[in-house]
Design a protein around this ligand. Sequence first.
Ligand SMILES: CC(C)(COP(=O)(O)OP(=O)(O)OC[C@H]1O[C@@H](n2cnc3c(N)ncnc32)[C@H](O)[C@@H]1OP(=O)(O)O)[C@@H](O)C(=O)NCCC(=O)NCCS
Length: 163
Amino acid sequence: MKTGSNRFRHVGLMNKEEIVRVDYGSPQMVAALSLRKEVFVDEQGVPAGLEFDKDDQSATHLVTLVDGQVVGTLRITACGRAARIGRVAVRTAFRRAGIGSRLMERAARMISESGGREILLHAQLPIVDFYRDLGYSEEGDVSYEAGIPHVWMRKKLQSRQLW
Ligand SMILES: CC(C)(COP(=O)(O)OP(=O)(O)OC[C@H]1O[C@@H](n2cnc3c(N)ncnc32)[C@H](O)[C@@H]1OP(=O)(O)O)[C@@H](O)C(=O)NCCC(=O)NCCS
């Protein structure tokens, strides 16, 4: 994971990056949903009716802010006894600067601190290496979501409580 010298490769040394939890319906959540539309609907062609679902209202949402602007987002939902991370997106101009990795690590820490033991995610096949680097392992066969090949990935967490 990138944490050091090239952290702000695209962002610039004077920019301030922070990761915050946002409430559904808040202005930052509106910006996060707009980023998801930009990335998944416009860039990847996922139908809006699949991208935005009822889980958004009950999910935990994290965003990355750079100088107060939402440039990254993900959501955490429950999946049986595991937590599921999904809708991971970073604005195009801010990619490959470690923003996605740091957002994923913050989500994992939050899940662990609230007693979670494992995280599941449904990874787009071309992005598997991004998640592997963060400690996730593939399991099962390739399946399709919104016409895009995906594989399930899992990461075990150190925790004494149950999710
Ligand atoms: C996937 C995504 C969130 C990664 O965010 P990011 O901030 O660019 O990721 P990072 O900079 O932390 O990447 C860390 C490492 O992960 C790997 N990685 C990142 N994006 C990758 C990609 N698109 N393909 C393959 N490997 C990738 C690389 O090893 C990268 O290190 P490097 O830049 O030194 O090569 C971002 O590319 C994105 O929003 N993509 C479109 C939406 C999407 O596909 N989401 C995932 C759905 S499962």
